[in-house]
Design a protein around this ligand. Sequence first.
Ligand SMILES: Nc1ncnc2c1ncn2[C@@H]1O[C@H](COP(=O)(O)OP(=O)(O)OP(=O)(O)O)[C@@H](O)[C@H]1O
Ligand SMILES: [Mg+2]
Length: 328
Amino acid sequence: MAEPILRVENLCCGFHTEDGYIRVVDGVSFDCEAGKTLGLVGESGCGKTVSALAVMGLLPQPAGVVEEGRILFRGDDLASTDRDRMRAVRGQQIGMIFQEPMTALNPVHRVGKQMFEAIGLYEPGLAKSELTARAVDSLEQVGIPDPVRRLREYPHQLSGGMRQRVMIAMALAGQPEILIADEPTTALDVTVQAQILELLLELKESRGMTMIFITHDLGVVAEFCDEVLVMYAGRIAERAPVRPLFHTPRHPYTHGLIESLPRMDTPSRTPLNTIEGVVPKLNEMPPGCRFSNRCRHADERCRREVPALESCAPGHGVACHHWHRLAA
Ligand SMILES: Nc1ncnc2c1ncn2[C@@H]1O[C@H](COP(=O)(O)OP(=O)(O)OP(=O)(O)O)[C@@H](O)[C@H]1O
Ligand SMILES: [Mg+2]
Protein backbone atom coordinates (compact mmCIF):
# COMPACT_ATOMS: atom_id res chain seq x y z
CA MET A 1 0.00 0.00 0.00
CA ALA A 2 1.19 3.52 -0.78
CA GLU A 3 1.96 5.85 2.13
CA PRO A 4 -1.47 6.60 3.64
CA ILE A 5 -2.74 10.18 3.52
CA LEU A 6 -4.10 9.74 7.06
CA ARG A 7 -2.83 7.36 9.68
CA VAL A 8 -4.43 7.08 13.10
CA GLU A 9 -2.37 5.22 15.69
CA ASN A 10 -3.68 3.97 19.00
CA LEU A 11 -6.25 6.73 19.46
CA CYS A 12 -7.66 6.77 23.00
CA CYS A 13 -10.15 9.44 23.95
CA GLY A 14 -12.98 10.08 26.34
CA PHE A 15 -14.91 12.53 28.46
CA HIS A 16 -14.87 13.91 31.96
CA THR A 17 -18.36 13.30 33.31
CA GLU A 18 -20.10 13.65 36.68
CA ASP A 19 -19.19 10.01 37.31
CA GLY A 20 -15.52 10.60 36.55
CA TYR A 21 -13.50 10.12 33.41
CA ILE A 22 -14.84 7.64 30.87
CA ARG A 23 -12.76 6.42 27.96
CA VAL A 24 -14.98 5.91 24.92
CA VAL A 25 -12.44 5.22 22.17
CA ASP A 26 -9.84 2.68 23.18
CA GLY A 27 -6.81 2.11 20.99
CA VAL A 28 -8.23 2.72 17.53
CA SER A 29 -5.74 2.56 14.64
CA PHE A 30 -6.35 2.79 10.92
CA ASP A 31 -4.92 4.06 7.64
CA CYS A 32 -6.67 5.94 4.84
CA GLU A 33 -5.26 5.51 1.41
CA ALA A 34 -5.43 8.59 -0.83
CA GLY A 35 -8.43 8.61 -3.16
CA LYS A 36 -10.14 5.71 -1.41
CA THR A 37 -13.25 5.56 0.75
CA LEU A 38 -13.01 4.08 4.21
CA GLY A 39 -16.28 3.02 5.81
CA LEU A 40 -16.66 3.23 9.57
CA VAL A 41 -19.49 1.07 10.90
CA GLY A 42 -20.76 -0.19 14.21
CA GLU A 43 -23.85 0.23 16.34
CA SER A 44 -24.93 3.45 18.02
CA GLY A 45 -22.58 4.65 20.74
CA CYS A 46 -19.53 2.63 19.64
CA GLY A 47 -17.43 5.77 19.15
CA LYS A 48 -17.61 6.57 15.44
CA THR A 49 -18.42 10.26 15.81
CA VAL A 50 -16.04 10.73 18.74
CA SER A 51 -13.19 9.21 16.68
CA ALA A 52 -13.97 11.55 13.78
CA LEU A 53 -14.20 14.61 16.04
CA ALA A 54 -10.86 13.68 17.61
CA VAL A 55 -9.25 13.55 14.16
CA MET A 56 -10.69 17.02 13.44
CA GLY A 57 -9.52 18.39 16.81
CA LEU A 58 -13.17 19.14 17.56
CA LEU A 59 -13.99 17.12 20.68
CA PRO A 60 -16.28 19.25 22.87
CA GLN A 61 -14.19 21.22 25.36
CA PRO A 62 -13.35 21.02 28.21
CA ALA A 63 -14.99 17.60 28.73
CA GLY A 64 -13.44 15.83 25.73
CA VAL A 65 -9.87 14.55 25.98
CA VAL A 66 -7.49 12.85 23.57
CA GLU A 67 -5.43 10.85 26.06
CA GLU A 68 -3.11 9.09 23.69
CA GLY A 69 -2.41 8.38 20.09
CA ARG A 70 -1.09 9.95 16.93
CA ILE A 71 -3.12 11.37 14.05
CA LEU A 72 -0.75 11.63 11.12
CA PHE A 73 -1.85 13.67 8.12
CA ARG A 74 0.80 13.16 5.42
CA GLY A 75 3.18 12.33 8.25
CA ASP A 76 2.40 15.42 10.41
CA ASP A 77 1.03 14.64 13.86
CA LEU A 78 -2.24 16.57 14.28
CA ALA A 79 -2.75 15.32 17.87
CA SER A 80 0.17 17.49 19.00
CA THR A 81 -0.63 20.44 16.72
CA ASP A 82 -1.56 23.75 18.32
CA ARG A 83 -5.07 25.15 17.95
CA ASP A 84 -4.19 27.81 15.37
CA ARG A 85 -2.54 25.38 13.03
CA MET A 86 -5.37 22.89 13.59
CA ARG A 87 -7.85 25.53 12.45
CA ALA A 88 -5.98 25.73 9.16
CA VAL A 89 -5.88 21.96 8.79
CA ARG A 90 -9.57 21.73 9.45
CA GLY A 91 -11.46 22.47 6.31
CA GLN A 92 -8.46 22.76 4.02
CA GLN A 93 -6.98 19.35 4.59
CA ILE A 94 -9.83 17.54 6.30
CA GLY A 95 -13.45 18.63 5.98
CA MET A 96 -16.38 17.15 7.83
CA ILE A 97 -20.10 16.85 7.21
CA PHE A 98 -21.75 16.53 10.59
CA GLN A 99 -24.40 14.07 11.68
CA GLU A 100 -27.01 16.73 12.49
CA PRO A 101 -27.40 19.28 9.67
CA MET A 102 -29.94 21.28 11.66
CA THR A 103 -27.58 21.77 14.59
CA ALA A 104 -24.57 22.40 12.39
CA LEU A 105 -26.30 25.21 10.52
CA ASN A 106 -27.13 28.25 12.61
CA PRO A 107 -30.91 28.76 12.48
CA VAL A 108 -30.77 32.51 13.09
CA HIS A 109 -28.49 33.37 10.16
CA ARG A 110 -29.28 33.32 6.47
CA VAL A 111 -27.66 30.60 4.39
CA GLY A 112 -25.63 33.28 2.56
CA LYS A 113 -24.03 34.67 5.71
CA GLN A 114 -22.99 31.16 6.78
CA MET A 115 -21.61 30.32 3.35
CA PHE A 116 -19.66 33.61 3.24
CA GLU A 117 -18.11 32.80 6.60
CA ALA A 118 -17.12 29.32 5.45
CA ILE A 119 -15.53 30.70 2.27
CA GLY A 120 -13.94 33.69 4.05
CA LEU A 121 -12.08 31.35 6.40
CA TYR A 122 -9.93 30.16 3.54
CA GLU A 123 -9.87 33.29 1.43
CA PRO A 124 -9.94 36.30 3.68
CA GLY A 125 -10.40 39.72 2.13
CA LEU A 126 -12.81 38.81 -0.68
CA ALA A 127 -15.28 41.55 -1.56
CA LYS A 128 -19.00 40.89 -1.04
CA SER A 129 -19.59 40.44 -4.77
CA GLU A 130 -16.79 37.88 -5.00
CA LEU A 131 -18.09 36.03 -1.96
CA THR A 132 -21.54 35.92 -3.51
CA ALA A 133 -20.17 34.60 -6.79
CA ARG A 134 -18.22 31.88 -4.96
CA ALA A 135 -21.21 30.92 -2.84
CA VAL A 136 -23.52 30.72 -5.87
CA ASP A 137 -20.94 28.64 -7.67
CA SER A 138 -20.52 26.18 -4.81
CA LEU A 139 -24.28 25.83 -4.28
CA GLU A 140 -24.60 25.06 -7.99
CA GLN A 141 -21.92 22.40 -7.68
CA VAL A 142 -23.95 20.59 -5.04
CA GLY A 143 -27.07 20.75 -7.19
CA ILE A 144 -29.06 23.52 -5.51
CA PRO A 145 -31.41 25.22 -7.98
CA ASP A 146 -31.88 28.98 -7.81
CA PRO A 147 -28.86 29.52 -5.54
CA VAL A 148 -29.17 33.32 -5.45
CA ARG A 149 -32.57 33.02 -3.80
CA ARG A 150 -31.34 30.29 -1.43
CA LEU A 151 -28.58 32.52 -0.11
CA ARG A 152 -31.21 34.92 1.20
CA GLU A 153 -33.15 32.19 3.00
CA TYR A 154 -32.87 30.78 6.50
CA PRO A 155 -32.01 27.10 7.12
CA HIS A 156 -35.58 26.23 8.16
CA GLN A 157 -36.86 27.38 4.75
CA LEU A 158 -34.84 24.62 3.08
CA SER A 159 -35.81 20.96 2.85
CA GLY A 160 -33.68 18.39 4.70
CA GLY A 161 -31.96 17.38 1.47
CA MET A 162 -31.21 21.03 0.57
CA ARG A 163 -29.76 21.67 4.04
CA GLN A 164 -27.53 18.66 3.66
CA ARG A 165 -26.38 19.99 0.27
CA VAL A 166 -25.55 23.33 1.89
CA MET A 167 -23.55 21.49 4.57
CA ILE A 168 -21.65 19.64 1.88
CA ALA A 169 -20.93 22.90 0.03
CA MET A 170 -19.61 24.42 3.26
CA ALA A 171 -17.45 21.39 4.06
CA LEU A 172 -15.94 21.65 0.58
CA ALA A 173 -15.27 25.41 0.75
CA GLY A 174 -11.65 24.88 1.84
CA GLN A 175 -11.03 22.25 -0.89
CA PRO A 176 -10.18 19.53 1.63
CA GLU A 177 -8.21 16.48 0.57
CA ILE A 178 -10.14 14.27 2.98
CA LEU A 179 -13.87 14.49 3.59
CA ILE A 180 -15.37 12.86 6.67
CA ALA A 181 -19.10 12.27 6.17
CA ASP A 182 -20.78 11.35 9.45
CA GLU A 183 -24.09 9.61 8.69
CA PRO A 184 -24.72 12.19 5.96
CA THR A 185 -28.10 10.77 4.99
CA THR A 186 -29.62 9.33 8.16
CA ALA A 187 -32.02 12.22 8.69
CA LEU A 188 -33.32 12.11 5.12
CA ASP A 189 -36.01 10.10 3.39
CA VAL A 190 -34.98 7.28 1.10
CA THR A 191 -35.11 8.97 -2.30
CA VAL A 192 -33.25 12.02 -1.01
CA GLN A 193 -30.69 9.72 0.64
CA ALA A 194 -29.93 8.17 -2.73
CA GLN A 195 -29.50 11.62 -4.33
CA ILE A 196 -27.11 12.81 -1.63
CA LEU A 197 -25.05 9.62 -1.85
CA GLU A 198 -24.87 10.04 -5.61
CA LEU A 199 -23.73 13.65 -5.16
CA LEU A 200 -21.01 12.66 -2.68
CA LEU A 201 -19.75 10.01 -5.04
CA GLU A 202 -19.61 12.46 -7.97
CA LEU A 203 -17.78 15.07 -5.88
CA LYS A 204 -15.32 12.51 -4.60
CA GLU A 205 -14.54 11.34 -8.12
CA SER A 206 -14.32 14.80 -9.68
CA ARG A 207 -12.08 16.16 -6.91
CA GLY A 208 -10.10 12.99 -6.26
CA MET A 209 -10.92 13.25 -2.57
CA THR A 210 -10.32 10.64 0.09
CA MET A 211 -13.41 9.87 2.14
CA ILE A 212 -14.24 8.50 5.55
CA PHE A 213 -17.83 7.43 5.46
CA ILE A 214 -19.54 6.84 8.81
CA THR A 215 -22.76 4.88 8.60
CA HIS A 216 -25.04 2.27 10.15
CA ASP A 217 -25.99 1.05 6.72
CA LEU A 218 -24.00 -1.92 5.46
CA GLY A 219 -25.74 -1.64 2.09
CA VAL A 220 -24.16 1.80 1.65
CA VAL A 221 -20.81 0.40 2.73
CA ALA A 222 -21.00 -2.35 0.14
CA GLU A 223 -21.74 0.17 -2.58
CA PHE A 224 -19.43 3.06 -1.71
CA CYS A 225 -16.48 1.89 0.35
CA ASP A 226 -13.14 0.37 -0.55
CA GLU A 227 -12.11 -0.53 3.01
CA VAL A 228 -14.21 -1.05 6.10
CA LEU A 229 -13.52 -0.60 9.77
CA VAL A 230 -15.98 -2.31 12.10
CA MET A 231 -16.08 -0.78 15.58
CA TYR A 232 -17.53 -2.35 18.68
CA ALA A 233 -17.73 -0.56 22.03
CA GLY A 234 -14.87 1.85 21.30
CA ARG A 235 -12.50 -0.65 19.73
CA ILE A 236 -11.87 -2.04 16.27
CA ALA A 237 -13.34 -5.51 15.87
CA GLU A 238 -12.34 -6.00 12.26
CA ARG A 239 -10.89 -4.17 9.30
CA ALA A 240 -10.84 -5.38 5.75
CA PRO A 241 -11.25 -4.45 2.11
CA VAL A 242 -14.95 -4.41 1.31
CA ARG A 243 -15.25 -7.73 -0.57
CA PRO A 244 -13.56 -9.96 2.02
CA LEU A 245 -15.51 -8.18 4.74
CA PHE A 246 -18.79 -9.30 3.23
CA HIS A 247 -17.62 -12.65 1.84
CA THR A 248 -15.35 -13.87 4.63
CA PRO A 249 -16.07 -11.87 7.78
CA ARG A 250 -13.86 -13.19 10.59
CA HIS A 251 -15.22 -11.47 13.68
CA PRO A 252 -18.40 -12.92 15.22
CA TYR A 253 -19.75 -9.37 15.57
CA THR A 254 -19.22 -8.58 11.88
CA HIS A 255 -20.73 -11.93 11.06
CA GLY A 256 -23.80 -11.02 13.10
CA LEU A 257 -24.10 -7.62 11.40
CA ILE A 258 -24.01 -9.18 7.97
CA GLU A 259 -26.42 -11.96 8.95
CA SER A 260 -28.88 -9.36 10.14
CA LEU A 261 -29.01 -7.66 6.73
CA PRO A 262 -32.29 -8.19 4.89
CA ARG A 263 -31.59 -10.36 1.87
CA MET A 264 -33.11 -10.22 -1.59
CA ASP A 265 -33.40 -13.99 -1.82
CA THR A 266 -35.31 -14.67 1.39
CA PRO A 267 -39.05 -14.09 1.76
CA SER A 268 -39.74 -10.77 3.45
CA ARG A 269 -41.56 -12.48 6.32
CA THR A 270 -38.42 -14.26 7.48
CA PRO A 271 -37.49 -12.62 10.77
CA LEU A 272 -34.22 -10.72 10.74
CA ASN A 273 -31.36 -12.37 12.49
CA THR A 274 -30.36 -9.70 14.99
CA ILE A 275 -27.49 -10.05 17.42
CA GLU A 276 -28.80 -10.98 20.84
CA GLY A 277 -27.84 -9.08 23.97
CA VAL A 278 -26.73 -5.51 24.53
CA VAL A 279 -23.45 -3.59 24.52
CA PRO A 280 -22.10 -3.36 28.10
CA LYS A 281 -22.18 0.10 29.68
CA LEU A 282 -18.97 2.08 29.20
CA ASN A 283 -18.14 2.02 32.90
CA GLU A 284 -18.92 -1.70 33.17
CA MET A 285 -16.84 -3.07 30.31
CA PRO A 286 -15.54 -6.61 30.80
CA PRO A 287 -11.74 -6.84 31.10
CA GLY A 288 -11.33 -9.03 28.01
CA CYS A 289 -13.16 -8.94 24.70
CA ARG A 290 -16.01 -6.44 24.86
CA PHE A 291 -18.21 -8.59 22.66
CA SER A 292 -17.76 -11.67 24.87
CA ASN A 293 -21.12 -11.38 26.66
CA ARG A 294 -22.94 -11.62 23.31
CA CYS A 295 -20.73 -14.11 21.55
CA ARG A 296 -21.52 -17.78 21.23
CA HIS A 297 -17.84 -18.62 20.71
CA ALA A 298 -16.68 -16.87 23.90
CA ASP A 299 -14.80 -18.78 26.58
CA GLU A 300 -12.87 -17.95 29.75
CA ARG A 301 -9.93 -16.51 27.84
CA CYS A 302 -12.20 -14.11 25.91
CA ARG A 303 -13.64 -12.75 29.14
CA ARG A 304 -10.17 -12.26 30.61
CA GLU A 305 -7.82 -11.23 27.82
CA VAL A 306 -8.20 -8.40 25.29
CA PRO A 307 -7.76 -9.82 21.77
CA ALA A 308 -5.18 -7.98 19.65
CA LEU A 309 -5.96 -7.05 16.05
CA GLU A 310 -4.37 -9.97 14.21
CA SER A 311 -3.77 -10.25 10.52
CA CYS A 312 -5.80 -13.09 9.03
CA ALA A 313 -5.17 -12.23 5.36
CA PRO A 314 -3.40 -9.38 3.53
CA GLY A 315 -5.06 -6.12 4.58
CA HIS A 316 -7.54 -8.03 6.75
CA GLY A 317 -7.29 -7.70 10.54
CA VAL A 318 -9.49 -9.20 13.22
CA ALA A 319 -9.58 -8.82 16.99
CA CYS A 320 -10.89 -12.20 18.11
CA HIS A 321 -9.19 -15.09 19.91
CA HIS A 322 -11.23 -17.58 17.89
CA TRP A 323 -11.29 -16.17 14.37
CA HIS A 324 -9.85 -19.46 13.05
CA ARG A 325 -13.07 -21.17 14.10
CA LEU A 326 -15.15 -18.78 12.03
CA ALA A 327 -12.76 -19.26 9.15
CA ALA A 328 -13.10 -23.05 9.30
N1 LIG B 1 -19.99 15.12 25.21
C1 LIG B 1 -20.01 13.87 25.69
N2 LIG B 1 -19.90 13.62 27.03
C2 LIG B 1 -19.92 12.37 27.52
N3 LIG B 1 -20.01 11.26 26.75
C3 LIG B 1 -20.13 11.44 25.42
C4 LIG B 1 -20.14 12.74 24.82
N4 LIG B 1 -20.25 12.58 23.47
C5 LIG B 1 -20.33 11.25 23.26
N5 LIG B 1 -20.24 10.57 24.42
C6 LIG B 1 -20.28 9.10 24.58
O1 LIG B 1 -19.28 8.53 23.78
C7 LIG B 1 -19.74 7.29 23.24
C8 LIG B 1 -19.51 7.27 21.76
O2 LIG B 1 -20.37 8.22 21.14
P1 LIG B 1 -20.38 8.49 19.59
O3 LIG B 1 -21.21 9.71 19.38
O4 LIG B 1 -19.01 8.52 19.06
O5 LIG B 1 -21.14 7.21 19.03
P2 LIG B 1 -21.47 6.85 17.52
O6 LIG B 1 -20.79 5.56 17.23
O7 LIG B 1 -21.19 8.00 16.65
O8 LIG B 1 -23.05 6.56 17.62
P3 LIG B 1 -24.24 6.92 16.59
O9 LIG B 1 -24.23 5.82 15.60
O10 LIG B 1 -25.46 6.91 17.45
O11 LIG B 1 -23.97 8.26 16.00
C9 LIG B 1 -21.20 7.16 23.63
O12 LIG B 1 -21.31 6.27 24.70
C10 LIG B 1 -21.59 8.55 24.06
O13 LIG B 1 -22.56 8.50 25.07
MG1 LIG C 1 -22.35 9.27 15.57
